[in-house]
Ligand binder design. Structure first.
Ligand code: HAM
Length: 431
C-alpha cells in the first residue's frame, strides 16, 4: 500500500487525461475570446468574509463546504469555492469599472475547492472555467453569455444539451416570493429536515433545492415564482428568451431552478447532458444574472452575468462519448534508437536538432535490445524510429522507419533534414 494517497475528493491528473483537460480549457478560452472576453487570474484564497458576503451565508457552500483556515497572522482565509466573488473583488480592488469601458468581460480557469461528499462528477478540488460580464443592464447581455455557453458545448462536440432556465425576478419579486414560500412552508416545517429549518430562517428559496425525498414532495406543492414576478421582471425574462428563440436554442423552463448561490436575480440557467453511457455527472455548467454582488463586496452598483463550467464533468462526458480520442493521444514524432557503442553523440545531437525544429522527439540514453526499443516506441505512440548504430555512424546514414507503415529507408546525414520535411508535408496531406 502506498504511504500517501491523494486526499479524499482530489485526484492526480496526468498524461493523456491532463492533455484532454488542456484541450477542453483551450477550446473554452478561444471561444470566450471570440465573444470578447479577456483573461483574469485571481488569488486561490481570499478573505473568508468575501464569500460569506458574496456567495451568501444561507448557501450550502458557505454553511458547510468551505476550506477555511487561519494563517500565521491570524487572518481567516478561504480556498475559493467558486470564481465569481473573486472576480468582483478584483474589479473593486483594482477599480476596473472606472478605467475601462463597460461591460467588463473576463474569463478565468483554475482550481476550486468545496468540502462536498465525493461522488460521480463531484470532487473536493475541481477545475472550472468561467466568464463574467459586468456593467450592462441589457437583457441581451444575459442572452450573449448563454449563447457563449451553448456554442462552447457544441464546439466540444456535444449535441442534445438540455438548457434549463428560470428567472428569480428582481429584488421585489423575490421578496414577495420568499414571503409566499415562508407562508407555505410554515405548516410543513415540523416534517422537514434540520437543514430546511435553517433555510426557512435564512433563505426559504434554498428549500426548493433540498435533496431529501420527503421534502421534495412538499416542495411540489409550493407556490410558483411566476406568480410573484413583477411586470418588468417578466418582460426582461421574455426578452432574453426571445433571443434564444431567434437562434433556435432549445431550453426548458424549470420553475424550481433557484441555484445554490445567493447572489442571483433575474435569469438563472444550467446546462445538462446525459452521456451515451447513460451517466449523468450533474450540471456541466451553470450561471445567471446578479444585481447586487459587486456592491455587496464594496464596489459600485453594477449588475453582471456569468457562468462556470466544470472541466472534470466535461472531460467525463466527452470521454464517454468518444469525443476526445484525437485530442488526448500523446504522440512522438521521432523515437531515436541509439544502439551502437559510438552512436550516442550523433544520436544526441540529432535529438537536439529535431527538438529545435519543434518535432516531439525522444531517445534512449541507456542500452536496450531492439525488441525493447520498439516496445518503447510503440508505447510512446511514435510515428517514426530513427535507428543509429556503429555502422550508421561509420557510413553517415540513418535508418528511418515509418512505424505505422512498417517501411524502412536508409538516409544520408546530409539529406536528413530535407527527408524529414517531406515526411511531414506528406503527413499533413494525408490528414
Ligand atoms: P456552480 O454551479 O456552483 O456555479 O459551479 C459551476 C460548475 O462547476 C458546475 O456546473 C459544475 O460543472 C462545476 N462544479 C461545481 N462543483 C463541483 C464539484 N464539487 N466537483 C466537480 N465540478 C463541480 C458557480 O460556481 C458560479 N460561480 C457560476 C457563475 C458564474 N454564476 C455567475 N457567474
Amino acid at each position: 500500500m502506498a504511504l500517501f494517497n491523494p486526499p479524499k475528493g482530489t485526484q492526480d491528473i496526468y498524461g493523456n487525461r491532463a492533455l484532454s483537460f488542456a484541450y477542453i480549457e483551450d477550446l473554452l478560452i478561444s471561444i470566450a475570446e471570440v465573444y470578447g472576453f479577456i483573461p483574469m487570474r485571481t488569488p486561490t484564497f481570499e478573505q473568508t468574509e468575501l464569500f460569506e458576503r458574496g456567495v451568501g451565508d444561507s448557501s450550502d457552500i458557505v454553511r458547510k463546504e468551505m476550506y477555511t483556515f487561519l494563517d500565521k497572522g491570524n487572518r481567516s482565509l478561504t480556498l475559493r469555492p467558486e470564481g465569481t466573488a473573486g472576480v468582483m473583488r478584483a474589479i473593486t480592488s483594482e477599480k476596473l469599472y472606472a478605467t475601462n469601458d463597460l461591460p467588463l468581460k473576463y474569463y478565468y480557469v483554475g482550481k476550486f475547492f468545496r468540502y462536498e461528499r465525493p461522488q460521480l462528477g463531484r470532487f473536493r478540488e475541481f477545475h472550472s472555467f468561467g466568464v463574467e460580464s459586468v456593467g450592462s443592464t441589457s437583457p441581451y447581455r444575459d442572452a450573449e453569455v448563454i449563447l457563449l455557453g451553448v456554442s462552447a458545448l457544441k464546439l466540444l462536440g456535444l449535441k442534445n444539451i438540455t438548457l434549463k432556465i428560470n428567472t428569480l425576478g428582481d429584488e421585489q419579486s423575490r421578496l414577495n416570493y420568499k414571503a409566499a414560500l415562508k407562508a407555505y412552508f410554515k405548516d410543513h416545517l415540523t416534517n422537514m429536515c434540520a437543514d430546511c429549518h435553517d433555510r426557512y430562517k435564512k433563505n426559504p428559496l434554498r428549500i426548493l433545492d433540498c435533496k431529501v425525498p420527503s421534502d421534495q414532495e412538499i416542495v411540489k406543492g409550493a407556490p410558483n415564482i411566476n406568480d410573484y414576478l413583477s411586470k418588468e421582471a417578466l418582460e426582461r425574462f421574455n426578452q432574453t428568451l426571445a433571443v434564444l428563440d431567434g437562434y433556435e436554442i432549445d431550453y426548458e423552463i424549470d420553475d424550481l431552478l433557484v441555484r445554490g448561490l445567493d447572489y442571483y436575480s433575474h435569469v438563472v440557467f444550467e446546462f445538462h447532458y446525459v452521456s451515451n453511457k447513460g451517466k449523468d455527472y450533474g450540471a456541466l455548467g451553470a450561471g445567471g444574472h446578479y444585481e447586487t454582488l459587486l456592491e455587496d463586496v464594496g464596489g459600485p452598483a453594477l449588475p453582471g452575468v456569468g457562468f462556470g463550467m466544470g472541466i472534470e464533468r466535461l472531460h467525463s462526458v466527452l470521454s464517454d462519448d468518444g469525443l476526445l480520442s484525437e485530442e488526448s493521444a500523446f504522440e512522438l514524432d521521432f523515437y531515436i534508437m541509439n544502439v551502437g557503442e559510438t552512436s550516442f553523440e550523433v544520436a544526441f545531437s540529432l535529438l537536439t536538432h529535431l527538438r529545435s525544429l519543434g518535432y516531439i522527439s525522444e531517445m534512449n540514453f541507456e542500452k536496450f535490445s531492439f525488441r525493447q526499443l520498439f516496445k518503447r516506441a510503440e508505447r510512446k505512440n511514435a510515428k517514426y524510429a530513427l535507428i543509429i548504430g556503429d555502422d550508421e555512424v561509420e557510413n553517415e546514414v540513418i535508418q528511418v522507419k515509418d512505424l505505422h507503415k512498417e517501411k524502412q529507408v536508409a538516409v544520408a546525414f546530409s539529406d536528413l533534414s530535407d527527408y524529414i520535411d517531406t515526411l511531414f508535408i506528406e503527413d499533413e496531406h494525408n490528414h
